[in-house]
Design a protein around this ligand. Structure first.
Ligand SMILES: [Zn+2]
Length: 432
């Protein structure tokens, strides 16, 4: 078993620097100036040590679109972004709506070994919204699927949604909803507002999200099932969640926000660059501010990337023909630091909460999002809080290059990521 010494780290960014000895897969000892033998020493110069990040919403595109991303390239991006676990969405080709596909993705994740890859199972067969997929079979598979989502599509039929909540409840599963009432977003290209109107783009109105969120909170409350709302994008959704969570019956509803919805607005439409096309769309400044506040006060539980790589031909085209989605794994931390830490909305304990602890709890992961303490699993990320770096979309590990943050300077850099005591990324390079 190898021993790794992290020298001069600040757990949660608090107190004087200490040394952390990682022995095998666990944190063995934490203390000032440890005098111990180690196989490798990482000099951290006071960098912030946090539990490794957990992403509840990643698109790895395998199987089917290996020209956009693979489990291997996506795992590299995750490790470089500070992640130790990711949830791979089911909208692959073929769809991950059965045990064979989820076990394939799970096994590929294990073979690559850079991050724990947990497949998300589809709620309905083929993401068609008509018939429940074999949720129990996916749960009992080697992949032990716990989160189910038709992401990319909304489970819009209320009866199917009700049955999914009831059925997953029987084995402690979670239904993750892409909230979009499809009858309100036919042909939608951008947030329904002044910018879309000026450019003649069909609008995606905020109530198409909010109506589904309200409906599904009520269904979760009624069934006792567990609901997770994907990529919350409007201030109205934050209001609904705040109301719901204030009720006695709360506890079974959680929600995520993406880094891009914490920073970018539909003013980006002016560029007419499809790199800014995403679903749900970039919204208004008032929405961005409401989402930051909701994340700070716990109304929105966590940050999830909705990392969505696309091949060049699906983005370098007309706006209407472009696929929605943007890269997220390697820029998530920088955007959270810029939008939440620098303005004083979250401290580093708060970052640990929204990027690691809460997502691990929602997903039911026992070995992720754990305290930085002796005896705990060494799933960790080391962050230089003062470093500034410039995003270069083409240099990110993903096969797709569709980062809307290309050229942007971001604060907070991942120095190292450890998965069960092993360095998976260090100084911007993947460690195999
Ligand atoms: Zn989605």
């Amino acid at each position: 078993m190898s021993r790794l010494l992290l020298k001069d780290v600040r757990p949660y960014g608090e107190g004087d620097p200490v040394d952390v000895l990682v022995d095998g897969e666990v944190i063995a000892e934490i203390g000032a100036n440890l005098e111990v033998d180690a196989d490798e020493i990482v000099h951290a110069d006071g960098a912030v040590l946090l539990p490794g990040f957990v992403d509840l919403h990643t698109h790895l595109r395998e199987p089917g679109r290996e020209d956009a991303e693979t489990v291997e390239t996506g795992s590299s991006a995750a490790a470089l972004g500070g992640y130790t676990a990711v949830f791979a969405m089911a909208n692959t080709d073929p769809v991950a709506d059965n045990a064979v596909i989820v076990e394939h993705v799970w096994r590929r994740g294990r073979e690559v070994g850079l991050v724990d890859v947990h497949p998300v199972g589809a709620v309905t067969v083929g993401l068609k919204g008509e018939k429940l997929a074999e949720l129990g079979t996916m749960r009992r598979s080697a992949a032990e699927v716990r989160i189910f989502s038709d992401d990319g599509h909304c489970v819009h039929d209320p009866l199917i949604m009700r049955r999914a909540l009831e059925y997953t409840k029987s084995f402690g599963g979670v239904v993750a909803q892409h909230a979009e009432e499809p009858r309100l977003t036919v042909g939608a290209q951008a947030h329904e507002g002044a910018n879309a109107a000026r450019l003649g783009l069909a609008g995606w109105p905020a109530p198409a999200e909010e109506a589904i969120v309200a409906r599904d909170c009520l269904l979760a409350g009624h069934t006792g099932g567990t609901l997770h709302i994907c990529h919350v994008s409007t201030s109205g959704t934050a209001d609904i969640l705040r109301w719901w969570k204030s009720r006695e019956t709360a506890g079974s509803v959680s929600a995520e926000v993406t880094p891009h919805h914490l920073l970018l607005t539909d003013d980006r439409l002016e560029t007419y660059d499809p790199v800014n096309k995403v679903n749900p769309p970039l919204r208004t400044d008032a929405d961005v501010m409401a989402l930051r506040e909701a994340l700070a006060d716990g109304t929105v539980d966590c940050v999830a990337t909705d990392h969505a790589p696309h091949a060049a031909q699906d983005k370098d085209c007309e706006w209407a023909a472009a696929k929605p989605g943007m890269l997220g794994l390697q820029t998530a931390l920088g955007i959270v630091v810029r939008t939440m830490v620098r303005p004083g909305l979250l401290d580093w304990r708060g970052v640990a909460r929204v990027m690691s602890e809460r997502p691990a709890e929602i997903a039911g992961l026992a070995d992720q999002g754990r305290p930085v303490a002796a005896g705990e699993p060494a799933n960790l990320v080391l962050v230089d809080p003062d470093a500034e770096w410039t995003v270069r979309g083409a240099e990110l590990a993903s096969l797709g290059e569709n980062s809307p943050f290309d050229g942007m300077q971001l604060p907070g850099r991942v120095v190292a990521t450890l998965l069960r005591g092993r360095l998976t990324a260090h100084e911007g390079k993947v460690r195999r």
